[in-house]
Design a protein around this ligand. Structure first.
Ligand code: GRF
Length: 227
């Protein structure tokens, strides 16, 4: 027989009164977060550290349930495993011979993600263009971080392009994902100066430190609005 104490002792599950009295059904009220990566995983790490440091489990009933990479050798996978996070790989190259490789990959990725019933899917250095079907499937739940001050410099090589254009400022943008690449509602931006002697690498490093601050902040805000 459930009691108030049982519920408090099990913060991850809620037993509605009508299910008490012998029923084994439980409703998982945790907000699951799935993070997609392709490389270094430093944004994933920043999100995981913020979740721990700021007690997203207690505060927002949220937890990172999976880190998924489209590359088996992504460094971020090891970082995630070191943190005790579940990881998996959906290799886009495995679908190269499909009739529609991009859709086939996205379907497999969706199947992997959906096992976790995510409240949010967080693209963190995930270097794949997603199909409109994928984006529609996660409408309102799909967030990305892009290393430029959108709408400037969508796509790749953002730092070199900012330097080449003589920009005095660069930065990063957290935004909702729409079917159009690097568009969608802007949720936060961080601005950094471009120094006269900057290379793409030095600028990227400066921008990245800001990415690590704004992405967790946006996710926390979104989670608080979901409670
Ligand atoms: C970040 O600058 C991210 O915005 C961009 O790729 C970089 C990847 O960083 N899409 P990491 O994998 O999170 O370290």
């Amino acid at each position: 027989m459930g009691s108030k104490t049982d519920v408090l002792a099990r913060p991850f599950f809620f037993h509605p009164p009508h299910l008490h009295g012998g029923g084994t059904e439980i409703i998982n009220v945790m907000k699951n977060l799935v993070i997609l990566i392709s490389g270094g995983g430093s944004n994933m790490l920043a999100l995981a550290r913020a979740a721990e440091r700021d007690d997203w489990a207690g505060r927002y009933q949220a937890r990172i349930t999976a880190v998924i990479s489209n590359k088996a050798d992504a460094k971020g996978l090891q970082l995630a495993q070191d943190l005790g996070l579940a990881t998996s790989v959906v290799d886009h190259k495995a679908f190269a011979n499909a009739a529609d490789p991009r859709s086939a990959f996205d379907s497999a990725l969706m199947a992997d993600i959906d096992q976790h019933q995510p409240a949010l899917v967080l693209l963190a250095g995930f270097m794949r263009i997603l199909t409109p079907g994928f984006v529609a499937h996660y409408q309102g739940r799909l967030i990305n971080i892009h290393p430029s001050l959108l709408p400037a410099f969508t796509g790749l090589h953002t730092h070199q392009r900012a330097i080449d254009e003589g920009c005095q400022f660069a930065g990063a943008t957290v935004h909702r994902v729409t079917a159009e690449l690097d568009h969608g509602e802007i949720l936060a931006q961080a601005v950094v100066p471009v120094m006269p002697d900057d290379t793409a690498d030095t600028l990227a490093a400066r921008v990245l430190t800001q990415e690590h601050l704004i992405y967790p902040r946006v996710v926390a805000e979104l989670l608080s609005s979901l409670t």
